[in-house]
Design a protein around this ligand. Structure first.
Ligand code: M6R
Length: 609
């Protein structure tokens, strides 16, 4: 939610500032802006809409150089996404400027007080109170004013602050929303996430909650909110700048769909040697895994669906009791944890506010937290007891694809590892299953090779105004994920349902104008699924079957088919179904001319509750 980019150092062209910001556009794209300082004066541009529009407005200034600037791309919370509400925001005298990611929960009371004291507000945002507070406390030192202002704020915030009165410093603050520092050769950077600094440096400091950083062109100092100096922990990032680029693909989403076989191969090869699974950062001892009884899983969106698949696995193969909930529900439930319970959380970004809150609730109750996460320096990783890193690389498309199958792969390996330790799976089955899991990238490639056919089917199906995705057992979460993918990028209403539940209500929706996606691999529930498909057919629903090549029954009932390779262990089929449904959603959305990588109203990383 919202992207922050800032720099202080040797002169840098506006084009480079905009490049840094563009790499954060996945975090929000309602409006954007820049405030740069040179010769004691602000250069300001703000725009409703996407960064390209700002770039157009700046076309004559792209080569102008500035030694200091802050930029912002917004996902609106308080106030409409218009030009006035867009960041940066300014104090009354236009000498201080702030960009902000997060929510200031006490902004209304602060605003009323500041207005009484004579401050003039121009926007409807919560952010504007921050800059007026800094103005209020300013008496010659910007640093001191920021320290004082921060103490008055409640909520979550990552801030970047500059002033024409102190053009030799850039201040960053973090509480609850992510902020990193990039250490460059000619200057230093502030950013919400790694992709923004990749073209400039690979040296990074992950600011922690409750820290304030003062950046000069050749120095970075970090303090706690009560001004205690803290040591800097410089880390090297191994991500290549091109990993966060679109390359020859039209959309990040398609690029990321096609990267999946490589990502899964990498995860498998890094965690599996022969018939042994090892997770270097799991930090859960074998005796603990052997004895654990109850597992709780919490995550949001796509990550929740990956967790749902793990639930089926942990129950079936590890003999565990597993509860799953969305993080936003989980954190407000009264759960009776017991010593020895395990809490698993899944997140691509590691910054999802609801998931972080759920983790904090679980930790308060003394439960061990294992995270499945794709960002090493994220808050989630820092707050968890153990980690299984998903190695998917930067995921830029707002609709999660490769991070999802990476999460499933990591979770399935964890399940096999746990089953092995608990002795709930024979050695023979363990080895066979591991072998088949290692083949999944090859099978995914086969499905990617059918893109042309899927595109044709998607074109035909894009005329429907409503979709149902049906699956059973381990593919019920696949149905949920298929529906989520379709609705978030095509805006067509779509619901994922356990096929057996249709007759308890949703079947009323079926007629010849509904697209019904039936996920029917030949697994233990195949016969039941066939009966459900019959019920849809009898009501004239238009059926797209996701079936195995050897299938006869579901194929006969379906209007269109996408074939997925048959597996000995059909419980791995969600890794194949996902690829088929991602391509289907992508081509429906493309056919409808949607903004695939940046769907309306969404942002990649949801850092507000
Ligand atoms: O970064 P996270 O994995 O914690 O994000 C969770 C959800 O916000 C995310 O999966 C969201 O549902 C995606 N837009 C789905 O494509």
């Amino acid at each position: 939610m919202c992207g922050i980019f800032g720099y202080i150092g040797k002169d840098m062209p506006v084009a480079s500032y905009v490049e840094g910001l563009s790499r954060l556009e996945y975090r929000g794209y309602d409006s954007c802006g820049i405030a740069a300082i040179k010769n004691g004066e602000f250069f300001i541009r703000k725009r409703q809409g996407k960064i390209n529009q700002l770039k157009c407005e700046l076309r004559d200034e792209l080569n102008s150089q500035y030694p200091l600037a802050i930029l912002h791309t917004r996902w609106a919370t308080h106030g409409k996404p218009n030009q006035i509400n867009s960041h940066p925001h300014f104090d009354c005298k236009k000498q201080i400027s702030v960009v902000h990611n997060g929510i200031i929960e006490n902004y209304l009371s602060l605003k009323e007080e500041l207005i009484r004291q004579g401050h003039k507000f121009v926007s409807e945002t919560d952010t504007e109170v921050i800059v007026h507070l800094i103005e209020k406390y300013y008496s010659g030192s910007l640093e001191d004013a920021v320290f004082a202002a921060v103490k008055k704020l409640s909520g979550s915030f990552a801030l970047s602050v500059i002033s024409t009165r102190t053009p030799d410093e850039l201040i960053g603050v973090r509480k609850g929303s992510p902020l990193i520092i990039g250490l460059g050769r000619d200057g230093n950077f502030l950013a919400s996430d790694i992709p923004a600094i990749l073209p400039f440096t690979n040296k990074v400091i992950y600011l922690k909650d409750g820290e304030l950083a003062i950046l000069k062109k050749d120095e970075v100092k970090i303090f706690s909110f009560d001004k205690k100096p803290l040591g800097a922990r410089i880390e090297k990032i191994s991500i290549h700048p091109q990993d966060a680029e679109k390359k020859h693909y039209e959309h990040f989403m398609r690029k990321e769909i096609f990267e999946q076989p490589e990502v899964l191969r990498k995860i498998f090869s890094l965690y599996v040697t022969g018939n042994t699974i090892r997770f270097p950062q799991i930090n859960l001892k074998n005796p603990f895994l052997k004895k654990v009884k109850n597992v709780f899983i919490a995550a949001c969106g796509t990550a929740y669906h990956a967790g749902y698949i793990a639930k089926y696995f942990l129950e079936k193969y590890c003999d565990l009791d597993v509860e799953i909930d969305t993080s936003s529900e989980f954190r407000y439930r009264k759960i009776n944890f017991h010593t020895g319970d395990l809490f698993i959380t899944i997140s691509q970004s590691g910054e999802t506010a609801d998931t972080l809150s759920a983790v904090r609730e679980a930790k308060k109750k003394g439960v061990k937290v294992l995270s499945i996460c794709n960002v090493l320096g994220s808050s989630l990783v820092k707050e968890s007891d153990g980690l299984i890193f998903t190695y998917a690389g930067p995921e830029i498309g707002v609709a999660s694809t490769k991070a999802y199958t990476a999460q499933i792969m990591a979770l399935l390996l964890f399940c096999l590892h746990t089953a092995h330790i608990r002795g709930t799976l024979s050695r023979k089955s363990f080895c066979r299953m591991l072998k088949e899991l290692g083949q999944i990238p090859r099978y995914q490639k086969e499905i990617l090779g059918k893109e042309k056919e899927i595109k044709t089917i998607a074109k035909d199906f894009s005329r429907f105004g409503c979709f149902l995705f049906l699956g059973r057992g381990i593919n019920f979460p696949s149905a949920l994920e298929g529906a989520l993918k379709l609705k978030e990028i095509s805006y067509i209403p779509a619901e994922g349902y356990p096929a057996g539940e249709m007759k308890h209500g949703p079947i009323a929706l079926i007629d010849e104008y509904r697209g019904v996606i039936c996920i029917a691999p030949q697994d233990d529930l195949y016969d039941k699924m066939i009966s459900n498909i019959q019920e849809i057919k009898a009501r004239k629903g238009k059926i797209l079957g996701i079936v195995n090549r050897t299938d006869t029954q579901a194929s006969r009932l379906s209007d269109e088919l996408i074939y997925i390779p048959g597996l000995k262990y059909q419980d791995f089929s969600p890794l194949l179904v996902a690829v088929a449904l991602q391509l289907f959603a992508y081509h429906v959305a493309k056919n409808l001319g949607r903004e695939i990588d940046q769907p309306r109203n969404l942002a990649k990383s949801v850092t507000v509750e």
